[in-house]
Design a protein around this ligand. Structure first.
Ligand code: CA2
Length: 148
């Protein structure tokens, strides 16, 4: 399978700030780990990060017919971007939403995701392991699950 690992605003700061919430590993180290995980499973992972809503939407549009699955951490856009929701609905590529932190243990506004309804599922609170868990799900399916 070919995975697009798409990370939203500020996730390029991983390992450099708030290690108590997001862990100590850097964004670069995360990408290397996910690329190696995919390769070890006969697959490929490409990591893309954007701090802008348009950058994320463009990457989702470009994923069509290129990637088998998207693993998306939309960052704070999770909580209010109807534009990303619409892009996911139009993408025709199944997506799992990942959050590094347990959003349910944090501020009230983080408990709601406007983007998750366009995803196969959502993983949160497992740290950066959530990205591997999402890839593992798609690999276990051995194909493309139904997506709205
Ligand atoms: O838990 C997650 O993965 C989040 O998507 C992270 C977002 C936050 O707005 C969501 O509610 C939950 C924030 C990403 C900020 O990433 C940073 C990483 C290191 C240092 C500072 C910010």
């Amino acid at each position: 399978m070919k995975f697009l690992i798409l990370n939203g605003p500020n996730l390029n700061l991983l390992g450099r700030r708030e290690p108590g919430i997001y862990g100590e590993g850097t964004y670069r180290a995360l990408c290397t780990r996910l690329e190696e995980f995919a390769a070890a499973h006969g697959s490929a992972a490409v990591c893309v990060q954007s701090n802008s809503e348009g950058g994320i939407i463009d990457a989702i549009h470009a994923a069509r017919s290129v990637y088998d699955a998207i693993i998306l951490n939309p960052g704070a856009y999770t909580h209010y971007s109807y534009a990303i929701l619409d892009a996911l609905k139009a993408a025709d590529v199944p997506c799992i939403e990942v959050h590094i932190s347990n959003v349910h243990q944090r501020e009230e506004f983080r408990r709601h995701s406007v983007t998750a309804p366009a995803c196969v599922g959502q993983i949160c609170g497992l740290g950066s392991y959530g990205y591997e868990a999402a890839m593992g799900y798609f690999l276990a399916q051995g194909g493309i699950p139904q997506c709205v």
